[in-house]
Design a protein around this ligand. Structure first.
Ligand code: HEM
Length: 433
């Protein structure tokens, strides 16, 4: 007999960080799991979350149909805490449509150009914060790929970087504790940043440069061709903004962790630099797995029967079903807490016999909502890793492995600690103390 979700044990005193002050919500939910077991309810604000961690529960989670338990709606409910509502209304080109084969080729060409810029900015020697560098690299590659002519250089680029740093949707899960203040300000800074994006993209359009119709920006422009000028410019700019915000949530943080791990494993880094791209890709996957802080959630829109293995639970509309990758990825079997790139065979774990289900561990998700950007992201990460490590001798300035932002609940970890490195371009080491 199915049991009602409302009759399940509740994790007393636990709330989600956008509703209640919590220093480390992942740890608090982990503690609730140790107390209660793999299935329990968190009541937070006015919302109910059914958390699931059993093998059968996680498999059921990835099998939930979008029509009754929606990832799109769950994402929207999360992101709207940070982003102005008008950004979501009426979009014509969505982030999920970004990864056609030819698109990826052009993004990777833009990545090479962005890496050329990084070379120029770094110069022959110096010191830099690793995650700031990868973030800037991501802005430049992304804006060159989908923001229109001139948007990845000079003043237009700097204006967009400042605007997107204010309009960063991932703040909703990296700094969930800041969402109450953002609501109180009626998203004033975010709205101003959005207007800045409209202005810069508008300038790019006004220059009248020819735009390849089959490029991503060309497709965005084409989607608004039938509208009067003002509606068109705003529509194009908001499409670009949503695409760029989606691209910012994971990729460049994951690249940062991959570099941290390779810098800490010089023997493996040497093989990567020698051109072992398969190994580079396994390293990228492994660092991403370990850095995962994602809450995976589905907003229930029509009641669902949810099988956790021990019971079938009737979950009413309005509830959210969720699991947390950081409580599974490093503990679902012994040894998973270690960085071991060879545990991967292409996109899969080489040996899943030790796991109750292969779905208990992931970097890019499982099932129909798994990340459409995985092949692109791994290519981009490996290209950047090989390029940076083969060009620079890098010396980390941190004394212990960087820790994630404790408040973060979602996406790939951001580092709470500064990750400064000293670097010297190979061939220019003379005079280094
Ligand atoms: C290292 C980089 C990345 C990681 C680790 C990552 C991770 C993930 C994960 C775990 C999911 C599944 C979430 C779920 O089931 O709830 C997902 C979905 C998705 N990702 Fe990524 N992602 C990355 C890069 C990107 C980039 C660069 C983009 C695009 C701009 C992107 C766009 C998407 C979209 C649109 C979905 C939703 C797919 C759907 O609902 O069908 N991702 N990603």
């Amino acid at each position: 007999m199915p049991v009602a979700a409302a009759s399940l044990p509740v994790a007393d005193g636990v709330g989600l960080p956008w509703d209640v002050e919590t220093r480390d919500a992942v740890e608090a939910i982990g503690a609730a799991r140790r107390r209660i077991g793999d299935t329990f309810v968190v009541e937070s604000g006015r919302d109910h979350y059914l958390f699931t961690f059993s093998a059968a529960g996680v498999e059921s989670f990835y099998a939930l149909p979008e029509e009754s338990a929606s990832k799109g709606l769950a994402d929207y409910l999360m992101l709207r805490r940070k982003l102005p509502e008008e950004l979501f209304a009426g979009r014509r080109t969505l982030p999920g449509t970004l990864f056609r084969r030819d698109d990826v080729t052009s993004y990777l060409a833009n990545l090479e150009r962005a890496l050329d810029h990084t070379d120029v900015e770094l110069g022959e020697r110096g010191e830099v914060e690793l995650f700031e560098m990868t973030r800037r690299l991501g802005h430049r590659m992304g804006l060159a790929s989908w923001a229109g002519p001139g948007c990845s250089d000079g003043t237009a680029f700097e204006r967009l970087v400042a605007a997107f740093d204010a309009l960063d949707g991932s703040d909703a899960f990296v700094h969930p504790d800041a969402m109450a203040a953002i609501a109180a300000s009626d998203k004033r800074a975010e709205r101003a940043a959005l207007e800045e994006v409209v202005a810069v993209v508008g300038d790019a359009l006004a220059r009248g440069e020819s735009i390849a119709a089959d490029s991503l920006f060309g497709r965005v422009v084409g989607a608004w061709a039938d509208e009067p000028a003002e509606v068109r410019t705003r529509g194009i700019a908001l499409d670009v903004a949503l695409i760029h915000i989606a691209s910012m949530s994971n990729l460049m943080a994951a690249l940062g962790w991959a570099l941290v791990d390779l810098i800490g494993h010089p023997d493996v880094a040497a093989r990567v630099v020698d051109g072992d791209t398969g190994l580079a890709s396994r390293c990228a996957l492994e660092s991403t797995r370990l850095a995962q802080r994602s809450i995976m959630s589905r907003a229930v829109v029509t009641p669902v029967e949810f099988d956790t293995g021990d019971a079938v639970i009737e979950v009413p509309a309005g509830w959210t079903i969720a699991t947390l990758l950081p409580l599974l990825n490093t503990s679902a079997a012994p040894g998973l807490e270690r960085w071991a790139p060879d545990r991967w065979n292409r996109y899969r774990l080489a040996d899943t016999r030790v796991l109750d289900s292969p779905m208990l561990v992931t970097a890019f998700g499982h099932g129909k909502h798994s990340c459409p950007a995985q092949p692109f992201s791994l290519s981009a990460m490996t290209t950047a890793m090989i390029r940076l490590l083969s060009r620079y001798e890098i010396t980390p300035q941190w004394r212990r492995y960087p820790r994630p932002v404790p408040q973060q609940i979602g996406g790939v970890a951001r580092s709470r600690d500064e990750c400064r490195v000293e670097y010297v371009r190979f061939g220019h080491a003379e005079g280094r103390s």
